[in-house]
Each structure stands twice: as structure tokens, then as C-alpha cells.
Ligand binder design. Sequence first.
Ligand SMILES: Cc1ncc(COP(=O)(O)O)c(C=O)c1O
Length: 466
Amino acid sequence: MYTHQQQATLTSAHVTGPLPGPRSAELLARQERTESNARTYPRHLPIAIAEGSGAFVRDVDDNVFLDFLAGAGVLTLGHSHPELVEVVAGQVRNLSHGLDFPTPAKDAFVRAQLSMLPPGLAERMKVHFCGPTGANAVDAAIKLCKTATGRGDVICFQGAFHGSSAVGMALTGLVEQKRPVANGIPGVHFFPYSYCAQCPVGLNPETCATNCVQFLEHSLKDPLGGIPLPAAVIMEMVQGEGGVVPATIEFAQTVRRVTRELDIPLIIDEIQTGCGRTGTWFAFEQFGIEPDVIVASKALSGIGLPVALIIYNKDLDRWLPGAHTGTFRGNQLAFAAGAAAVEIIRRDDVLGNVRSRGAQIARLLAPLASNPWVREVRGRGLMWGIELADPDTGRPAGRLARAVQRNALERGLILECGGRDDCVVRLLPPLNITVEIVDAACELLLAAIAEQSAMAERRTTTDAVR
Ligand SMILES: Cc1ncc(COP(=O)(O)O)c(C=O)c1O
């Protein structure tokens, strides 16, 4: 296994001055003048990146950071994994773009994708290549299910994120982002998700039998429920952008049972959870369910080259030639890298590493239970979130989470925030990180949380005195 120490030209985090450094500040200023107001990541992580290597990035001022964002979960094997770099270099000399013609690279990639499915499922499934973003694959999944069922409505869940296309956004919970773009697409219905840290139906999670999902079952089966039989239900097994919220097993299994009973195709969005992120190839494997449609993208190439697809039950294959086209559906570099990435993940037992490093993170973050500003620490595999909330009011502590993110950056650790008011500090590292890297990252994170929550505590006390 290529550990990060072996593969990386960058091996430890160090930040030498205030952020952004002078060169980053120059590029950030030019970006502000030339690029859209809708840009996101550099607003909270103000650096310009010069180089990525393994689990580290170096900014243009020579500060080195541990990258626990990893291209928003794209870089399963870290930045510029040497074997994948070789594979991509070989492929680019041969063929880089192939529309949707069959090619040896694509053939190997499709076989690799199907080989990740649980036994028996692959034979029942087909693959469709989409435009190269997750959102485009979500669009395709919805079109497929609408065509196959002849129905128009779609069920999704509060807290969900399915992308920034018109359809993806319509199925996404983010009210603030949807508000300026009125009337997304019609026929979308949101139901509560099993977000037990803040129960969406106001019950005590200790005693409740996942009642939120009973509301869905009842609504769909009630002749006066108001929703025509939908074309699809779309669900994440762990809501990533929604704040790293795993579904409960009972919730997931009830959604599957009800959709089967009513003959509604179940789309599982594995864009963020797929390719081993949660410790199994697909997250749905851990919930004892099988989807009718799987949406996958992000980590498929292992090295950040864009590719997206849906894998779906052959019975749904009733759409017409050209039903979902797109020029960029034949990225041979992504195919070659993706097939090699699957081999490397198997050879190096990267899934085993995800489970062990996940358990290590759980152990290292356990002391946070005694911090009154930490509502919950939760995760699966290498997808973790620390939800912060005001201990007095119970309100999401988004400001604190952003302060932790900034403090961690200054210490040399890149993190993302998500969830309600961005109150969840998120960890999404490469899947082949080492014990030492996890130790180092958690030390930085715990220090950032301790410092910032103590400051929040002092602010609260001062406000109370005033
Ligand atoms: C679960 C999920 N679905 C869809 C998307 C959208 O993917 P993309 O940004 O590639 O369009 C994302 C992106 O974060 C995601 O996490």
C-alpha cells in the first residue's frame, strides 16, 4: 500500500504566518474581481492552492495543510496518487475523449463498477453515463424513473443535498439557496429524515420507534394523503452536506419496504457515500437494503477527474435512445484511473483502512462528549461530523463551527462545515490516510474546538452579565 508518507512530497502540516498569506491574498483578490459572487470554498478557507500531494496541500505561500476536505470527498486515494498519475498519463497519450462509444478503458471501468455491487445485484443492473457531475446524474435518475413509471411526483427528504442543477436543487433541503430561484420543479415533496439529534417530529429518540418514517408510509398509503403515487423516492444513506446524518437502519428499511409495496423506484444517492467512503463499497450495504437506482460520481475516478453515472435495475430501462445525452460522458482518463483505483483499493484493503481509521476517529473524538457546545459526534467510515449547538438555547452554533474551521486552518487542517446553519464541522479525508495522519488531524481539531468553544462560553457569560 502506498501510504501517504511514501507517496507524498508533502508530509507534515505547517503554517508560517497569518492567513491568507501575501500571495494567496493577491490571487483571492483577483478571484473576487473576476469570478462569480456564487463562489464558495475560499470564502471560509482563504488560501490559493499551489500543490496537492497525498493528504496534504501546499498554498502559494508555502503553508502546508492536512486536507480533510479532499476535494469534497472526491480524492479517495489523496492528491496525485502516483499509480493513478501513471495510468492517466498513459491514457492521455492514447485516447482522452470518447463520447459514449465503447472503449477498452470504459469497458474496464464498467466492469470495475459492477464488481463493487453486492453479489447478485450486478446481473440485474445496467449503467448509464451522464454529464460529468453528480447533479447531472441525479437529473438522469429522475428522468429514468419518470419515464419508466409514467408518473410525475418525487419524494425526497429534509436535510438532503442532491446538487445544484434545477432538478438537484429542487430535491435539496437548502431553503436559502432555493429562495431566490422561485418554483424549482413541480411535484417534489419533502418528508422528515431520521435526524435524531434534533428529531424532526419532536419525539424523544431514546423511546421513539422511528416515527418520522411512519408519516411517509401513512401519507403515501392514505387515499386522502394528497400525493399521487410518485415516480421515485430519492434518499442519501448518510446525509453529507446535511451535516453527516446517517439514516437509522429502521428508517432505511421502512423506506425500502414501503417503496417495494407501492412499486415506487428507490433511488439511493451514493455520490458522496460511494466508492468506500463509509467502509463498504456502497453505504446502502450497511442498511440491509438494495436500491432500484444508484447515483454515483465524486470519487469514481479516485483522482478527481469528473465522471458520473447511474446504475439501475434493467426493468427500468424503458427510456429512448438519446433520452439523457451529454458531450462529456466519455472521459477516458477518469475511466482508466477509476478502474485502477478499484484495483488499488482492493489490493491495499483500503476499505479495511476506512473502518479502522473511522474507529480511531471515534475514539479520539470521544472526549468531546463532555464539551457542552458539542451536541453530537457522528459518522460512518471516514465521513464524520461534529454538531455544535448553544448549550443554553439548543440553537445550531454555526458561528462557532465557522470559527473552529478557521482556527483549524490556522493550525494547518482543512475542514468543511455543513448541516443546519453550517453548525456541523465535517471531516472527509482521503481513504488511505494513516494512523499518524489521523492522530495529527484530531489533535489539531480538538485544540481548535477547545479554544473556540471556550471563547464562545466567555462571550455567553459576558452577554449574560450585561
Ligand atoms: C449526496 C450528493 N448528491 C449530489 C451532489 C452533487 O454533486 P455535484 O456537485 O458533482 O453536482 C453532491 C455534492 O456534494 C452530494 O453530496
